[in-house]
Write a new protein. Structure first.
Length: 165
């Protein structure tokens, strides 16, 4: 069943947003790597891969529905932060924006009575709950650590244990 209305364009816009998220997390990974916080850098690289996977999931869905994938430009992500806490606060805010974007897509699918897209977007809605939970947990842990270098290094080691999902 082909798309009706403007949902196909909105899904293409979301593909670009997900690819941007991948760049965004790669920029954060580089920031951590430059500071020899390899565990944080690794966590961010895994996250970048995950975001690319999200883009490809929507990409394939558009094709599966007989739609046309239109890849838009990806803006340059920020590259400067003051602290690990600021990096993760920025990541959390970004995930909240993505959640809003996914919710808007779902509302659009409801309005257009596009039932297959509603089902596909349910996965993303659940995924965003996990994304926000993970970034919030790390923000809270970084707040607990504060300026304690030992605590930061312990957290760095813990985050480095994240593997691809």
């Amino acid at each position: 069943m082909p798309f009706s209305g403007t949902l196909e364009k909105s899904l293409n816009d979301q593909i670009s947003k997900e690819f941007y998220a991948s760049y965004f997390y790669l920029a954060m990974a580089a920031w951590f790597a430059e500071r020899n916080l390899d565990g944080f850098a690794s966590w961010m690289r895994v996250q970048a891969d995950e975001e690319r996977g999200h883009a490809m999931r929507i990409y394939q869905y558009v094709l599966d529905r007989g739609g046309r994938v239109v890849l838009g430009p990806i803006e340059e992500p920020p590259i400067t932060w003051k602290s690990p806490l600021e990096v993760f606060e920025t990541a959390r805010k970004h995930e909240q924006l993505v959640s809003g974007s996914i919710n808007d897509l779902y509302t659009q699918a409801l309005t257009e009575r596009d039932y297959p897209s509603q089902v596909m977007l349910q996965w993303f809605i659940s995924e965003q709950v996990e994304e926000e939970k993970a970034s919030t947990a790390i923000v809270e842990r970084l707040r607990l650590v504060g300026d304690n270098a030992s605590g930061l290094l312990i957290l760095d080691g813990q985050l480095g244990q994240r593997t691809k999902v």
